[in-house]
Design a protein around this ligand. Structure first.
Ligand SMILES: [Zn+2]
Ligand SMILES: [Zn+2]
Ligand SMILES: [Zn+2]
Length: 324
Protein backbone atom coordinates (compact mmCIF):
# COMPACT_ATOMS: atom_id res chain seq x y z
CA UNK A 1 0.00 0.00 0.00
CA UNK A 2 2.84 2.32 0.99
CA UNK A 3 4.40 1.82 -2.42
CA UNK A 4 1.15 2.73 -4.06
CA UNK A 5 1.08 6.11 -2.29
CA UNK A 6 4.70 6.79 -3.16
CA UNK A 7 4.00 6.03 -6.80
CA UNK A 8 0.90 8.21 -6.72
CA UNK A 9 2.88 11.03 -5.11
CA UNK A 10 5.62 10.72 -7.73
CA UNK A 11 2.99 10.77 -10.45
CA UNK A 12 1.39 13.95 -9.05
CA UNK A 13 4.78 15.69 -8.74
CA UNK A 14 5.69 14.67 -12.26
CA UNK A 15 2.36 15.83 -13.73
CA UNK A 16 2.49 19.16 -11.90
CA UNK A 17 6.00 19.75 -13.19
CA UNK A 18 4.69 19.26 -16.66
CA UNK A 19 1.77 21.60 -16.23
CA UNK A 20 3.93 24.35 -14.76
CA UNK A 21 6.65 24.18 -17.39
CA UNK A 22 6.71 27.33 -19.53
CA UNK A 23 4.49 27.41 -22.57
CA UNK A 24 6.51 26.32 -25.55
CA UNK A 25 5.76 26.37 -29.20
CA UNK A 26 4.53 22.86 -30.01
CA UNK A 27 7.01 22.73 -32.83
CA UNK A 28 7.32 19.02 -33.30
CA UNK A 29 11.00 18.69 -34.19
CA UNK A 30 10.93 18.47 -37.92
CA UNK A 31 12.13 15.09 -39.11
CA UNK A 32 12.11 16.23 -42.68
CA UNK A 33 15.16 15.42 -44.76
CA UNK A 34 17.01 17.58 -47.23
CA UNK A 35 16.72 16.30 -50.80
CA UNK A 36 19.96 14.39 -51.51
CA UNK A 37 19.86 15.11 -55.21
CA UNK A 38 18.49 18.57 -55.47
CA UNK A 39 17.83 22.02 -54.04
CA UNK A 40 15.99 22.82 -50.82
CA UNK A 41 15.12 25.66 -48.47
CA UNK A 42 15.38 25.22 -44.71
CA UNK A 43 13.64 27.59 -42.30
CA UNK A 44 16.35 28.73 -39.86
CA UNK A 45 14.35 31.36 -37.98
CA UNK A 46 10.90 32.93 -37.87
CA UNK A 47 11.12 35.78 -35.34
CA UNK A 48 11.26 39.56 -35.94
CA UNK A 49 14.63 41.36 -35.75
CA UNK A 50 14.72 41.87 -31.98
CA UNK A 51 14.16 38.22 -31.11
CA UNK A 52 12.22 36.55 -28.34
CA UNK A 53 12.60 37.13 -25.43
CA UNK A 54 12.51 40.78 -26.37
CA UNK A 55 14.60 43.36 -24.49
CA UNK A 56 12.65 44.90 -21.62
CA UNK A 57 9.50 42.83 -22.20
CA UNK A 58 7.58 42.13 -18.98
CA UNK A 59 4.53 40.59 -20.62
CA UNK A 60 3.47 36.96 -20.66
CA UNK A 61 4.92 36.48 -24.16
CA UNK A 62 8.49 36.71 -22.84
CA UNK A 63 8.54 36.58 -19.05
CA UNK A 64 9.48 32.88 -18.79
CA UNK A 65 11.85 32.99 -21.75
CA UNK A 66 14.61 34.99 -20.04
CA UNK A 67 15.36 32.12 -17.63
CA UNK A 68 14.09 29.40 -19.95
CA UNK A 69 14.96 30.30 -23.55
CA UNK A 70 13.23 28.52 -26.40
CA UNK A 71 15.95 27.65 -28.91
CA UNK A 72 13.36 27.42 -31.66
CA UNK A 73 12.93 31.21 -31.47
CA UNK A 74 15.58 32.43 -33.89
CA UNK A 75 15.51 35.59 -35.96
CA UNK A 76 14.12 35.19 -39.46
CA UNK A 77 16.39 33.40 -41.94
CA UNK A 78 16.32 30.79 -44.69
CA UNK A 79 19.03 28.34 -45.70
CA UNK A 80 19.37 27.42 -49.36
CA UNK A 81 21.05 24.08 -50.05
CA UNK A 82 22.01 22.62 -53.42
CA UNK A 83 23.22 19.09 -52.76
CA UNK A 84 23.94 18.40 -56.43
CA UNK A 85 26.58 21.10 -56.52
CA UNK A 86 27.53 20.94 -52.84
CA UNK A 87 26.65 24.56 -52.16
CA UNK A 88 24.79 26.26 -49.32
CA UNK A 89 23.70 29.85 -48.73
CA UNK A 90 22.05 31.96 -46.06
CA UNK A 91 19.31 34.51 -46.52
CA UNK A 92 19.97 37.25 -43.94
CA UNK A 93 22.83 37.64 -41.48
CA UNK A 94 20.86 37.66 -38.22
CA UNK A 95 22.05 38.08 -34.62
CA UNK A 96 21.50 34.28 -34.42
CA UNK A 97 23.87 33.57 -37.32
CA UNK A 98 26.19 31.32 -35.26
CA UNK A 99 23.42 28.78 -34.60
CA UNK A 100 22.01 29.20 -38.09
CA UNK A 101 25.33 28.38 -39.78
CA UNK A 102 25.60 25.33 -37.49
CA UNK A 103 22.06 24.26 -38.39
CA UNK A 104 23.29 23.81 -41.96
CA UNK A 105 25.78 21.15 -40.85
CA UNK A 106 23.72 17.99 -41.12
CA UNK A 107 24.15 14.48 -42.48
CA UNK A 108 21.77 15.16 -45.36
CA UNK A 109 23.69 18.24 -46.52
CA UNK A 110 26.68 17.46 -48.74
CA UNK A 111 28.65 20.60 -48.02
CA UNK A 112 30.09 20.18 -44.53
CA UNK A 113 31.93 23.48 -44.24
CA UNK A 114 31.26 25.45 -41.07
CA UNK A 115 30.49 28.56 -43.10
CA UNK A 116 28.14 28.95 -46.05
CA UNK A 117 29.17 29.81 -49.61
CA UNK A 118 27.39 33.14 -49.52
CA UNK A 119 24.88 35.38 -47.75
CA UNK A 120 22.04 37.39 -49.28
CA UNK A 121 20.93 40.51 -47.41
CA UNK A 122 17.47 42.07 -47.69
CA UNK A 123 18.06 45.42 -45.92
CA UNK A 124 19.88 47.32 -43.19
CA UNK A 125 17.66 46.62 -40.16
CA UNK A 126 19.39 44.84 -37.29
CA UNK A 127 17.76 41.44 -37.63
CA UNK A 128 18.79 41.18 -41.26
CA UNK A 129 22.45 42.18 -41.39
CA UNK A 130 23.89 42.71 -37.86
CA UNK A 131 25.05 39.06 -37.80
CA UNK A 132 27.80 40.08 -40.21
CA UNK A 133 29.72 41.19 -37.11
CA UNK A 134 30.45 37.53 -36.35
CA UNK A 135 32.48 37.28 -39.56
CA UNK A 136 35.06 39.76 -38.28
CA UNK A 137 38.27 39.53 -36.25
CA UNK A 138 36.55 39.31 -32.88
CA UNK A 139 34.73 36.21 -34.06
CA UNK A 140 35.44 33.76 -36.91
CA UNK A 141 37.67 36.09 -38.97
CA UNK A 142 36.14 34.83 -42.22
CA UNK A 143 38.06 34.99 -45.49
CA UNK A 144 36.16 36.67 -48.31
CA UNK A 145 32.68 35.51 -47.35
CA UNK A 146 30.57 36.27 -50.38
CA UNK A 147 27.88 38.78 -49.38
CA UNK A 148 25.25 39.74 -51.95
CA UNK A 149 23.85 43.25 -51.46
CA UNK A 150 21.90 45.87 -53.40
CA UNK A 151 23.73 49.12 -54.36
CA UNK A 152 22.70 51.25 -51.33
CA UNK A 153 23.17 48.38 -48.93
CA UNK A 154 26.63 47.69 -50.37
CA UNK A 155 27.62 51.34 -50.15
CA UNK A 156 26.36 51.53 -46.56
CA UNK A 157 28.52 48.56 -45.54
CA UNK A 158 31.58 49.95 -47.36
CA UNK A 159 31.37 53.41 -45.86
CA UNK A 160 30.27 52.86 -42.24
CA UNK A 161 32.18 51.21 -39.42
CA UNK A 162 32.29 48.60 -38.09
CA UNK A 163 31.05 47.04 -41.35
CA UNK A 164 33.67 48.80 -43.48
CA UNK A 165 36.36 46.97 -41.49
CA UNK A 166 34.90 43.64 -42.63
CA UNK A 167 35.40 44.90 -46.17
CA UNK A 168 38.92 46.31 -45.71
CA UNK A 169 40.06 43.17 -43.83
CA UNK A 170 38.54 40.99 -46.56
CA UNK A 171 36.34 39.16 -44.08
CA UNK A 172 33.54 39.74 -46.53
CA UNK A 173 33.58 40.20 -50.26
CA UNK A 174 30.61 42.22 -51.49
CA UNK A 175 28.85 41.36 -54.73
CA UNK A 176 26.51 44.06 -55.94
CA UNK A 177 23.14 42.76 -57.08
CA UNK A 178 20.45 44.65 -58.98
CA UNK A 179 16.67 44.56 -58.80
CA UNK A 180 15.09 42.00 -61.11
CA UNK A 181 18.53 40.70 -62.20
CA UNK A 182 18.81 36.94 -61.61
CA UNK A 183 21.96 35.50 -60.04
CA UNK A 184 22.70 31.88 -61.00
CA UNK A 185 24.40 30.29 -58.01
CA UNK A 186 24.38 26.84 -59.61
CA UNK A 187 22.42 25.43 -62.57
CA UNK A 188 19.86 24.42 -59.89
CA UNK A 189 19.56 27.65 -57.91
CA UNK A 190 18.74 31.09 -59.26
CA UNK A 191 18.06 34.06 -56.96
CA UNK A 192 16.39 37.30 -58.06
CA UNK A 193 16.01 40.36 -55.82
CA UNK A 194 13.06 42.75 -56.18
CA UNK A 195 12.33 46.03 -54.42
CA UNK A 196 9.63 46.30 -51.77
CA UNK A 197 8.40 49.39 -49.89
CA UNK A 198 9.82 49.67 -46.33
CA UNK A 199 11.32 52.44 -44.22
CA UNK A 200 14.63 52.60 -46.07
CA UNK A 201 16.85 54.72 -43.80
CA UNK A 202 20.23 53.19 -44.73
CA UNK A 203 19.46 50.84 -47.61
CA UNK A 204 16.81 49.85 -50.06
CA UNK A 205 14.74 46.80 -49.08
CA UNK A 206 14.39 43.74 -51.24
CA UNK A 207 12.56 40.47 -51.24
CA UNK A 208 13.91 37.46 -53.16
CA UNK A 209 12.57 35.00 -55.68
CA UNK A 210 14.46 31.72 -55.21
CA UNK A 211 14.16 29.31 -58.11
CA UNK A 212 15.14 25.65 -57.96
CA UNK A 213 14.96 23.01 -60.70
CA UNK A 214 11.26 22.38 -60.06
CA UNK A 215 9.85 24.99 -57.74
CA UNK A 216 10.12 28.67 -56.87
CA UNK A 217 9.81 30.48 -53.54
CA UNK A 218 9.11 34.09 -52.64
CA UNK A 219 10.84 35.51 -49.54
CA UNK A 220 9.50 38.83 -48.23
CA UNK A 221 10.45 39.15 -44.56
CA UNK A 222 9.72 42.89 -44.28
CA UNK A 223 7.33 45.06 -46.27
CA UNK A 224 4.94 47.95 -45.66
CA UNK A 225 1.29 47.33 -46.48
CA UNK A 226 0.64 45.07 -49.48
CA UNK A 227 -1.20 47.89 -51.29
CA UNK A 228 1.91 50.12 -51.17
CA UNK A 229 3.77 47.65 -53.39
CA UNK A 230 3.73 48.16 -57.16
CA UNK A 231 3.00 44.44 -57.59
CA UNK A 232 -0.06 42.48 -56.58
CA UNK A 233 0.86 40.06 -53.79
CA UNK A 234 -2.07 37.84 -54.78
CA UNK A 235 -0.75 37.58 -58.35
CA UNK A 236 2.80 36.95 -57.08
CA UNK A 237 1.65 34.12 -54.80
CA UNK A 238 -0.08 32.48 -57.77
CA UNK A 239 3.19 32.49 -59.75
CA UNK A 240 5.26 30.62 -57.14
CA UNK A 241 5.12 27.41 -55.10
CA UNK A 242 5.96 28.89 -51.69
CA UNK A 243 5.60 32.41 -50.30
CA UNK A 244 7.40 33.25 -47.04
CA UNK A 245 5.70 36.48 -46.01
CA UNK A 246 5.99 39.24 -43.40
CA UNK A 247 3.58 38.49 -40.56
CA UNK A 248 5.11 40.71 -37.85
CA UNK A 249 1.84 41.37 -36.02
CA UNK A 250 -1.44 39.45 -35.83
CA UNK A 251 -3.78 42.32 -34.91
CA UNK A 252 -4.05 45.67 -33.12
CA UNK A 253 -4.01 44.14 -29.61
CA UNK A 254 -0.22 43.75 -29.83
CA UNK A 255 0.25 47.47 -30.35
CA UNK A 256 -2.12 48.59 -27.59
CA UNK A 257 -5.04 48.93 -29.96
CA UNK A 258 -3.35 51.62 -32.03
CA UNK A 259 -4.65 52.13 -35.55
CA UNK A 260 -3.17 49.27 -37.58
CA UNK A 261 -3.38 51.26 -40.81
CA UNK A 262 -0.57 53.46 -39.40
CA UNK A 263 1.83 50.59 -38.64
CA UNK A 264 4.02 49.79 -41.66
CA UNK A 265 3.61 46.02 -41.80
CA UNK A 266 0.79 43.90 -43.18
CA UNK A 267 -1.00 42.55 -40.09
CA UNK A 268 -1.96 38.88 -40.37
CA UNK A 269 -5.66 39.79 -40.20
CA UNK A 270 -5.12 42.22 -43.11
CA UNK A 271 -3.24 39.56 -45.11
CA UNK A 272 -6.01 37.01 -44.50
CA UNK A 273 -8.46 39.58 -45.91
CA UNK A 274 -6.22 40.37 -48.92
CA UNK A 275 -5.64 36.67 -49.63
CA UNK A 276 -9.25 35.52 -49.28
CA UNK A 277 -9.69 35.34 -53.06
CA UNK A 278 -7.00 32.62 -53.22
CA UNK A 279 -8.23 29.06 -53.61
CA UNK A 280 -7.06 26.29 -51.30
CA UNK A 281 -4.14 25.29 -53.54
CA UNK A 282 -2.72 28.83 -53.52
CA UNK A 283 -3.40 29.43 -49.81
CA UNK A 284 -1.24 26.40 -49.00
CA UNK A 285 1.75 28.21 -50.52
CA UNK A 286 1.68 30.99 -47.92
CA UNK A 287 4.07 30.53 -44.99
CA UNK A 288 3.92 33.37 -42.48
CA UNK A 289 7.24 34.45 -40.88
CA UNK A 290 8.95 37.41 -39.06
CA UNK A 291 6.83 37.26 -35.89
CA UNK A 292 7.12 40.00 -33.29
CA UNK A 293 7.60 38.60 -29.75
CA UNK A 294 3.98 39.59 -29.06
CA UNK A 295 2.52 37.64 -31.98
CA UNK A 296 0.17 34.95 -30.64
CA UNK A 297 0.65 32.68 -33.68
CA UNK A 298 4.15 31.75 -32.41
CA UNK A 299 2.28 29.36 -30.09
CA UNK A 300 0.37 27.02 -32.37
CA UNK A 301 -2.04 26.24 -29.51
CA UNK A 302 -3.45 29.77 -29.61
CA UNK A 303 -6.77 30.51 -31.28
CA UNK A 304 -5.11 33.02 -33.61
CA UNK A 305 -2.76 30.31 -34.94
CA UNK A 306 -5.68 27.93 -35.43
CA UNK A 307 -7.56 30.64 -37.32
CA UNK A 308 -4.62 31.00 -39.75
CA UNK A 309 -4.22 27.24 -40.20
CA UNK A 310 -7.96 26.60 -40.54
CA UNK A 311 -8.11 29.03 -43.44
CA UNK A 312 -5.49 26.95 -45.25
CA UNK A 313 -2.38 29.09 -44.65
CA UNK A 314 0.86 28.00 -42.92
CA UNK A 315 2.84 29.31 -39.99
CA UNK A 316 6.60 29.13 -40.49
CA UNK A 317 8.36 26.65 -38.22
CA UNK A 318 12.06 26.31 -37.65
CA UNK A 319 13.76 23.36 -39.42
CA UNK A 320 10.93 22.89 -41.90
CA UNK A 321 12.26 21.93 -45.33
CA UNK A 322 10.84 22.94 -48.69
CA UNK A 323 11.97 21.18 -51.85
CA UNK A 324 12.71 23.43 -54.77
ZN1 LIG B 1 12.77 42.74 -39.93
ZN1 LIG C 1 7.40 39.78 -25.18
ZN1 LIG D 1 12.95 46.08 -41.56
Amino acid sequence: MKHYYILLLLFVIYSCGDIQSPKKTPNIKSNQVVNQKSTSLIVLGTIQDAGSPHIGCKEDCCKDLFSNPDKDRQVVSLGLVDNNYSKKYLFEATPDIARQMKALLRDDIQNNNELVDGIFLSHAHIGHYAGLMYLGKEATNAKNMNVFAMPRMKNYLETNGPWSQLVSDNNISLTQIEKEQPISLTPNAVVTPFLVPHRDEYSETVGYRIKGPNKTALFIPDIDKWNKWDKSIVAEIKKVDYAFLDATFYNEKEINNRDISQIPHPFIIESLETFKSLDYKDRKKVIFIHFNHTNPVIDLNNEEAKNVLNQGFNIGRINDIYDL
